[in-house]
Write a protein that binds this ligand. Structure first.
Ligand SMILES: [Ca+2]
Length: 290
């Protein structure tokens, strides 16, 4: 079975909640196996709120959080609401880099990593040194165990694009640059231009906790679909079957988080381009979360 780890800036936006529901349901149905979810932002409620969200989805998936994240959000309503339903605190959860290292080192099957937030955790794993979890470096673990990376990030409809996840803060830009420059695995990018203005999550019942989370974020009428489109694409695992054209080549991200792409059929990177009208994707996503 295909196995995944998710990175998310849970709390920054609410499309992460839509994406987490899609993954939780696929895990619950036995379509994929989720080895863990690591949060790359930090609030008082980060890990307990994601833990509770997953609990409400009826799944048990390990949660980690970047406890040294330089970007702290003060207050996120949907997190506070969810965390209020559990006694847990961030102290009850592992640091995200350690969670990734543990799960990758112990994985019996190739691991695919999804990222729908900032790249400092996945970059921290790649650049990590041997520790009590594994005698192997992050680079060795990636080469042995990690099959593929899926990233919601970048703007690929232009050269020199800047997109939130890859460049919003200096730590994010640094991580994007280092990760994309050093990653030994193939990377598929779904860029900002794919999910922008494509609204999903507007089909939920009023008492659905996903609807309540979206409403808490001010997106009760739905939200743009960057993160859910990335995870839906990854679960299908085939760009064409998922409704996309593919452009292959070499992606680079500079130290300011600006992205560039050089087309090459033999390159290790690719980005996707929609092959259908927006309604094709919005109906697919809304069907997955209803
Ligand atoms: Ca996100």
């Amino acid at each position: 079975m295909r196995t995944f780890i998710l990175g998310t800036d849970w709390g920054e936006d609410s499309d992460d909640c839509v994406a987490v529901r899609i993954l939780a349901r696929a895990h619950k149905m036995g379509e994929i196996k989720m080895l863990g979810m690591g949060i790359n932002t930090l609030t008082e409620y980060s890990a307990p709120s994601l833990y509770r969200f997953l609990e409400k989805e009826g799944v048990s998936i390990p949660v980690g959080v970047d406890k040294s994240c330089p970007h702290k959000i003060e207050y996120v309503t949907y997190q506070k609401r969810l965390a209020g339903e559990t006694d847990k605190t961030n102290d009850d959860f592992e640091d995200a880099v350690r969670l990734y290292r543990r799960q990758i080192a112990n994985a019996k099957e190739p691991v695919e990593i999804l990222e729908i937030g900032f790249l400092q955790v996945i970059c921290g794993v790649l650049m990590s040194q041997p520790d009590d979890i594994s005698p192997k470096t992050g680079m060795e673990l990636f080469k042995e165990k990690v099959k593929k990376i899926w990233i919601m990030g970048g703007r690929w409809d232009m050269q020199g694009g800047k997109e939130y996840n890859l460049c919003k803060y200096q730590f994010a830009s640094d991580a994007s640059h280092t990760f994309v420059s050093n990653c030994p695995c193939p990377i598929t990018f779904l860029g900002w231009e794919v999910g922008a203005n494509l609204i999903t999550g507007n089909n939920l019942k009023a008492d659905d906790f996903l609807h309540i989370a979206l409403s808490d974020h001010g997106s009760g009428d739905g939200r743009e679909s960057w993160d859910p489109m990335l995870v839906a694409l990854a679960i299908i695992g085939d760009n064409e079957k998922a409704g996309y054209k593919t452009v292959k080549g070499y992606a680079t991200v500079d130290k300011e988080g600006t992205n560039f792409f050089k087309e090459d059929e033999n390159g290790p990177h690719e980005y996707v381009v929609k092959a259908h009208d927006d309604s094709y994707y919005s109906e697919m996503i809304n069907n997955l979360i209803a």
